[in-house]
Ligand binder design. Structure first.
Ligand SMILES: O=C(O)CCC(=O)C(=O)O
Ligand SMILES: [Fe+2]
Length: 323
């Protein structure tokens, strides 16, 4: 079945990195327009060198090519930390994902290959992590500007935040396995933090359901860009103004019975654990659409929900969406 491309704006960040205040305001509006409609935007001229992005993709390939036993020596064990390796089948939320991941953190990062085990891995990921965090916070500064929250609003709720840099490998697989009912490379879900930066390779298969009608559209790879999508806590915080939209990864639109492998690199930005996410209303009459939630509890609850291997523990909190 043919699936159209989603209408996701491509916004140049050059005017934010080197422009004046008027230029920044114009970009902020473009970003807000995207976040309040489809919930996704492509950012180009984002300042992270392509050579760096390429080197992280190469390291991901080297890492995932290691024997399974070796990868399991860094196995993610604790949802509160949510760092390390998860094998194919370890993460699922009501369906079957065909993927393996490695999660990298800045403070809690014990389950990371050492320089002896995988030369350059930790250092490169640490640096890339810093670049993603800077870019993400700059994008959030634009959003704060557009929402008139005060430019440092998001800096103030992410001071000790420990976002998660994820390497994802979707192995080459038979089309007929992936296209079974309930199976996908990653099943439909929304992300649950504030927002996600997403670097993808050229394989394709990422799809977004922008208006939750069940009509998925392709979020095509565009070289040199990073996709940014709104996640659940931002939707709650902005009382629904910014939209956390459902997405999935399915078969790429290429012919053949065997699908090629795909790699992607999401970077999930979460607020500080002690922050209360209470919807911000713009007038006295505006009704809050969501209950306040504690950001730390929210993250742990949703992580546990996603990992089939971590289901033992539980954290009392209201219902939430996936991945
Ligand atoms: O691989 C992708 O393009 C999307 C990954 C994703 O949605 C996620 O990890 O939450
Ligand atoms: Fe996602």
């Amino acid at each position: 079945m043919e699936v159209d491309a989603a209408e996701i704006a491509v916004v140049s960040f050059e005017r934010v990195l080197s422009g004046d205040d008027t230029a920044k305001r114009a970009v902020s509006k473009e970003i807000y327009d995207a976040f309040s409609t489809v919930g996704w935007v492509y950012i180009k001229d984002h300042g992270i060198p392509q050579t760096r992005v390429d080197s992280v993709f190469e390291l991901a390939k080297i890492f995932f090519d290691l024997p399974l036993e070796k990868k399991y020596s860094w196995r993610l064990k604790d949802a509160k930390v949510n760092q390390g390796y998860t094998g194919d089948g370890d993460e699922a939320n009501g369906g079957v994902d065909h993927k393996e991941c490695y999660e990298h953190r800045r403070y809690n990062n014990d389950l990371c290959p050492s320089a002896e085990e995988l030369p350059g891995f930790r250092d490169t990921l640490d640096e890339f992590y810093g670049q993603c965090l800077t870019l993400g916070l700059n994008v959030l500064k634009c959003l704060a500007m557009a929402l008139e929250l005060g430019d440092n609003f998001f800096d103030n709720i992410t001071k000790t935040a420990d976002p998660q840099l994820r390497l994802v490998h979707y192995p080459s697989i038979e089309r007929k396995i992936l296209e079974q009912e309930g199976h996908a490379r990653i099943i439909p879900h929304t992300d649950f933090g504030l927002c996600t930066l997403l670097f993808q390779d050229q394989t394709g298969g990422l799809e977004v359901d922008p208006f939750h009608t069940g009509e998925f559209k392709q979020a095509l790879p565009i070289p040199g860009t990073v996709l940014i999508n709104i996640a659940d806590l931002m939707q709650r915080l902005t009382n629904g103004r910014c939209r956390s939209t459902i997405h999935r990864v399915v078969s790429p639109k290429t012919p053949g019975d065997i699908l090629p492998a795909r790699y992607s690199i999401p970077f999930f930005i979460h607020p500080d654990a002690d922050v209360l996410i209470d919807p911000i209303t713009k007038s006295q009459d505006e009704v809050k659409k969501y209950e306040p939630v504690n950001a730390g509890e929210w993250r742990v609850f949703n992580t546990i929900k996603n990992y089939t291997t971590l289901k033992g523990s539980s954290v009392p909190i209201g219902s939430a969406t996936a991945a």
